[in-house]
Design a binder for this molecule. Structure first.
Ligand code: PEP
Ligand code: MN
Length: 350
């Protein structure tokens, strides 16, 4: 249920309503808005009607059911868009945030070199996998903890915050120690023990949509993280499985537009895993920006032909810079912008 409090309600009254909600067996999640406070009472749907009794309190304006099955993620509970702070970048604000880097961390030289190059192109976050979810057990599985240390070194050298995937609950602490955003991969979107664990991690979480999960299932997975106490969730659409085989996956831009409407969470798009080929990364990125994406997660490798994973879809650093130049006018048309370092803006100004 959503309990809307009257404007000007005192902190003591808010605490009193929260206490009453707990006494009825529900968990209060209070959202302090500019005009008024709203409390989401989360718990078993059966018996929620009892919460209507709170309407008789002087400070309560209304008690209404949350219609969506995902509660804390819903815009019904929180109308203002959530902004997730990562380093000095804001995901979910006016600027769209580009996160870029290799599929996998392969060596110290490779990750440091590409980190500098994506930074020069204007990326705000460095991506790189240390624990890799590979379809074949014989494929490169990632440098694991050594890879995390290399990412942390690249962060120190460039100042770029780092996003990397965590696949198992008992690795959450070590991944969180070396990174700034915990990526939950498409294959783990319904790994509920992992979702609960990252809910307690105190670091932003980027939750990829699974290749066969519905939008509702994806948002309910986000709900696990929010309900675990972590409000900093970024959704990521990375393409779904369809009958089409010409692309690696099918980028579902409807999901981006819909998630932006039905939730307050930022939504980013991974055009690399959607397309599976580098020449489609640019048009899919432009389309994602036009559809309202708050950021892009792009695979970039200095020498894609030598990459240990996903080289076939990686952009070269100069292609990332071109992509950023081409994004500028599209973002301008939809009232968004892109932060670029001095000197990086070329084609857009010509
Ligand atoms: C990745 O980002 O390299 C990755 C494995 O992505 P996904 O989980 O979307 O397949
Ligand atoms: Mn990859």
């Amino acid at each position: 249920m959503i309990i809307v409090l009257k404007s000007g309600t005192s902190e003591a009254d808010v605490a009193d309503v929260e206490r009453r909600i707990r006494a009825m067996g529900y968990t209060p999640h209070t959202i302090h808005g500019e005009l008024r406070n709203v409390i989401g009472a989360i718990g078993d749907d059966r018996g929620k009607e009892r919460l209507r009794a709170l309407e008789s309190l002087e400070c309560v304006e209304s008690v209404t059911p949350i219609l969506q099955p995902f509660k804390l993620a819903s815009r019904e509970v929180k109308r203002a868009s959530t902004q997730v702070l990562v380093g000095n970048a804001v995901v979910g604000g006016r600027d769209i945030v580009v996160m870029a880097g290799p599929c996998s961390v392969e060596s110290r030289w490779q990750v440091l070199d590409v980190a500098h190059r994506v930074k020069a192109a204007g990326a705000r976050v460095l991506r790189g996998g240390a624990f890799k979810p590979r379809t074949s057990p014989y494929a490169f599985q990632g440098l694991e903890e050594e890879g995390l240390k290399l990412l942390a070194e690249a962060r120190r050298e460039t100042g770029l915050p780092v996003i990397t995937e965590v696949m198992e609950p008992d690795k959450v602490d070590v991944v969180a120690e070396h990174s700034d955003i915990l990526q939950i991969g498409a294959r783990n979107v319904q790994n509920f023990s992992l979702l609960r664990r990252v809910g307690e991690a105190g670091k932003p979480v980027l939750l990829k949509r699974g290749m066969s999960t519905s939008i509702q299932e994806w948002l309910l997975s986000a709900e696990y993280v929010l309900a675990g106490g972590n409000p900093n969730v970024i959704l990521c659409e990375r393409g779904i499985r369809t009958f089409e085989t010409a692309t690696r996956n099918t980028l579902d831009l409807s999901a981006v537009a819909l998630a932006k409407r039905s939730t307050h969470l930022p939504v980013v798009v991974d055009p690399s895993h959607a397309a599976g080929r580098p020449d489609l990364v640019l048009p899919l990125s432009l389309a994602a920006a036009a559809a309202g994406a708050d950021g892009l997660l792009v695979e970039v490798h200095a020498r894609p032909e030598e990459a240990l994973s996903d080289g076939a879809q990686a952009l070269r650093p100069r292609e990332l810079r071109d992509l950023m130049d081409r994004l500028d006018p599209v973002l301008g048309a939809v009232g968004r912008a892109l932060w670029r370092p001095e000197g990086a803006r070329r084609a857009a100004l010509l």
